[in-house]
Structure formats: structure tokens, C-alpha cells
Write a protein that binds this ligand. Structure first.
Ligand code: ZN
Length: 281
């Protein structure tokens, strides 16, 4: 049964992870320090920021701050126009698995990729995603890094991810077996009439739960996400479904917001995440 807000227990800070894209102006070092200062227990790390800082210093800083690393963003981007491109993607994904292991991430988040340049073959791109995952999976298993397929809103099917529903991601998990799961992001999935059923179906394969909000109007396809509570997504309802499916782990705030939150003092953004986690998630 879905958990309604009235019965739902407010999420406290102990379950907060902040995806560092939420505080884009901060370097990884600043994010680690800033989150720890605010009592945020977990972080999701981006590879470009990790590369900037260097893996070894990052590992040291994360350890000193005592932060849990809920995920590394991101692997994926499997489809390519030719074999060399597909191989390059696989090589990069193996490096991403290694980096995730090095920083002790709980998983590697996968944005699977869209159409190769010049292609209109959506079914073919989806096949390439399946094949890329199948090739990468043995390595990720060997290293011990779970991979989370993150279905993206269909508006990104061309350029970012041709896996657009949780149903599709569940199908891939069924086909590929252990070592692969899903990331449930309310921003990408809230509109799906089949969402409740697919969350239940995902069950213990849910490896991450991402929150933010859908603004009306949305002015940019990528960089105009809202803070929880500022948009139209019934986040507590979806959290109830996720928890009914057995997920009791971190709620990860992931907000790309060029016009608003990235313009603000990141300390204020972190404080707002903490407050909204309790009132709007
Ligand atoms: Zn996400």
C-alpha cells in the first residue's frame, strides 16, 4: 500500500545525500567540506570534479570528513556510430568502475546514452545499450561495483539516454542478472502512469533514490530543476512507493539549476536541502 504523507515519517538529515551538481560552484574539496560542516552524511560525486581534485586527495578528504559516497556520476553513453566509438565508451566505463571503487562509492550511476550522431535508429541504440551493459557487467562484478541504470525523461532520448522508463530499466536488469540495478529519480519518472508498479517490480534492485522537483514552466531541458517543494511532483508519494519496495537508504538531492540554485551561496543551498528534506520529501 502506498504510504501517504500523513503517515509518512519525515526524512531527517541522516538520510540526506547531496549530489554535488546541486552545489555546482563548489569544487569537490569545497563540497566535501561544506556538506560535512552542515552535518550532511553523504555525497554523490561527479567524475569531472573528481578528476580536477585527483582521486587520492579525494579519497583522503572524503575519509577525513567521514562522508558516505552514495554514487559516482556517471558511466554509460554506450551507443556510438562505429565499433571504435563503442570500444572507447567501454574503456571509459571501465575507468569509471575503477574510480568508483577507489573512492568507495556504493555504485556507479549510468546515463546510458542516446542516438549516435546522424542516426534515427532508436531501437538500435537501445540494443547497443543492452550490449554495452552486458560487456561491462562482468568487470563491474569483478571489481564489486553495483551499476545503477538511471532512466531519463523521454525528452533526453536523443542525446542522453534512450532508456526512458523504469519498466525498460527493469527489463534490462531482468535480462542481465545480478550486479545491476536502477536509480529512481523523481524528475525523470514522475509522469509515468506505470511508476508505482515498476517501483514495486524493481524491489531490491533500487540502488538510489534521487529527488528534486519539476517546475512549471520548465525553461531549460537540462538546467532548470526545482528544489523539492517548489514544483508539481508528489515526492512523498513516490518515496512511499520506493520504501514499500524495500528501499530505506539515502535520499539524494540532485538539482541542476542554472538560473536559481547555482546562483546562490552553496551553504544556503545545502541548508535549504536539509530543510526541504524534512518538509517536502
Ligand atoms: Zn538522478
Amino acid at each position: 500500500m502506498p504510504v501517504e504523507r500523513a503517515e509518512a515519517i519525515a526524512v531527517n538529515r541522516e538520510r540526506l545525500s547531496i549530489n554535488q551538481a546541486t552545489t555546482m560552484p563548489w569544487s569537490l574539496a569545497q563540497a566535501i567540506e561544506g556538506y560535512a560542516r552542515a552535518g550532511v552524511p553523504a555525497i554523490s560525486v561527479w567524475r569531472d570534479k573528481l578528476a580536477e581534485m585527483g582521486v587520492e586527495p579525494a579519497v583522503r578528504h572524503l575519509g577525513e570528513a567521514g562522508l558516505v559516497v552514495t554514487g559516482l556520476c556517471r558511466g554509460g553513453m554506450f551507443p556510438a556510430a562505429d565499433a571504435a566509438g563503442r570500444q572507447a565508451a567501454l574503456d571509459d566505463n571501465r575507468r569509471a568502475v575503477d574510480e568508483a571503487a577507489a573512492i568507495g562509492a556504493r555504485g556507479l550511476i549510468l546515463v546510458v546514452g542516446g542516438l549516435p550522431e546522424g542516426s534515427k535508429d532508436l531501437a538500435g541504440a537501445r540494443e547497443q545499450v543492452h550490449d554495452g551493459l552486458a560487456e561491462l557487467l562482468p568487470y563491474a562484478r569483478e571489481v564489486g561495483i553495483p551499476m545503477a541504470i538511471e532512466p531519463l525523461h523521454p525528452m533526453y532520448a536523443a542525446d542522453r539516454a534512450c532508456v526512458n522508463t523504469l519498466g525498460q530499466a527493469n527489463d534490462l536488469c531482468d535480462q542481465l542478472g545480478p550486479g545491476i540495478g536502477v536509480a529512481v529519480d523523481v524528475y525523470h519518472l514522475w509522469w509515468d502512469p506505470d511508476l508505482e508498479r515498476q517501483i514495486a517490480r524493481a524491489g531490491e534492485r533500487i540502488l538510489a533514490f534521487h529527488v528534486c522537483d519539476w517546475l512549471v514552466p520548465t525553461r531549460d531541458l537540462l538546467l532548470d530543476r526545482g528544489m523539492m517543494g517548489d514544483g508539481v511532483i508528489d515526492i512523498p508519494k513516490i518515496r512511499g512507493w520506493v520504501e514499500a519496495a524495500g528501499y530505506r537508504d539515502f535520499c539524494e538531492v540532485e538539482i541542476f539549476s542554472e538560473r536559481n540554485w547555482w546562483q546562490r551561496d552553496p551553504d544556503e543551498v545545502v541548508a535549504t536541502c536539509i530543510e526541504r528534506l524534512a518538509t517536502a520529501v
